[in-house]
Ligand binder design. Structure first.
Ligand code: ADP
Length: 292
């Protein structure tokens, strides 16, 4: 079983050709909502790939929170570990798409209410997990408390450190897997070359390289696992799909290079659909691919 402890949110997306100046009102073209939050995205991706997945986190008591839970349930994710808080609204992201540009405002709200003190409420969920997945959209202290707890109890952990924030070496040591993209890796390891850090954390540190795929050190040498060549329509959620698929494959006993190939394939399919969750493949869809 995979437990994802992390963020859930609603994306509010508007499209406009004209950027409003300060104090100005303009007419845009389109409005859409989409389910997001890296935690929820990764839970949905792993569930579609056939894993038993439980979500832990917090949403508000508002209608957005209800919709977020409904969407998780519809995707086969267990939500008994999601707390509904009264003192904060559900997390949201407000995205404006211009022709060649975008701007985003994130309101963490309930996602910031996942506190270390709450861990007691979901230790059972953690203890029955084969792997716990974390991202950087809940408080750092909570991630640290969970990494400590899992390390003490012999439960595997994967931290996808997105959005970028630094993390103490002590916690990197305790993690089973750390999966930054290149930008996040440079922030976590500012003083070392990429090759140095990869060699320091063989089979633990996996750096994703966008359309190039992913790179890691297998204990003897560096290995690049190339991405699949596709025409992306929306790369939102590529990293989320990659992480969930990598976790799924490793839990099923694949070795690292094969797991990353599986993750690259799932992510390549996901970038061909709109929205973070829109393109995420099911296991059946994966099996239809000639590269499977
Ligand atoms: P993030 O989305 O977190 O910034 P990356 O951009 O590194 O992370 O992408 C994560 C993974 O998604 C890559 O390792 C790759 O497997 C896949 N991916 C991303 N962009 C593309 C692309 N243009 N074509 C094919 N695969 C892609």
């Amino acid at each position: 079983k995979i437990t994802v402890v992390g963020s859930m949110s609603t994306d509010f997306v508007v499209t406009t050709k004209v950027k409003p100046n300060q104090g100005e009102t303009v007419f845009g073209e389109k409005f859409a909502t989409a389910f997001g939050g890296k935690g929820a995205n990764q839970a949905v991706a792993a569930s579609r790939l056939g894993m038993d997945v439980a979500m832990v986190g917090a949403v508000g008591k508002d209608d957005f929170g209800t919709a977020i839970l409904d969407n998780l349930v519809k995707n086969g994710v267990a939500v008994t570990g999601v707390e509904r808080v009264t003192h904060a609204e559900s997390g949201s992201a407000h995205i404006v798409l211009y022709d060649n540009d975008n701007s985003i405002i994130v309101i963490p709200a309930a996602n910031n209410e996942v506190k270390p003190a709450n861990i007691e409420k979901f230790t059972d969920q953690l203890l029955t997990s084969d792997l716990v997945i974390l991202q950087n959209e809940i408080p750092q202290e909570t991630n640290e408390a969970i990494i400590d707890f899992c390390w003490q109890n012999g439960i595997q952990t994967l931290l996808n450190p997105a959005p970028a924030r630094s993390i103490a070496k002590e916690y990197i040591e305790k993690l089973t897997y750390l999966t930054p993209n290149e930008h996040e890796s440079a922030i976590i390891f500012p003083d070392q070359s990429r090759s140095e850090v990869l060699a320091q954390y063989p089979n633990k540190l996996i750096i994703t390289l966008g359309a190039m795929g992913a790179i890691y050190h297998d204990g003897i040498k560096e290995e690049i696992v190339p991405a699949f060549e596709v025409q992306p329509v929306d790369t939102t959620g590529a990293g989320d799909t990659f992480n969930a698929a990598m976790a799924t494959a490793l839990l099923q006993g694949l070795e690292m290079s094969a797991a990353l190939r599986f993750a690259n394939l799932a992510a390549a399919i996901s970038v061909q659909g709109f929205g973070a969750q829109g393109g995420m493949p099911t296991l059946e869809k994966m099996k239809e691919q000639s590269q499977y």
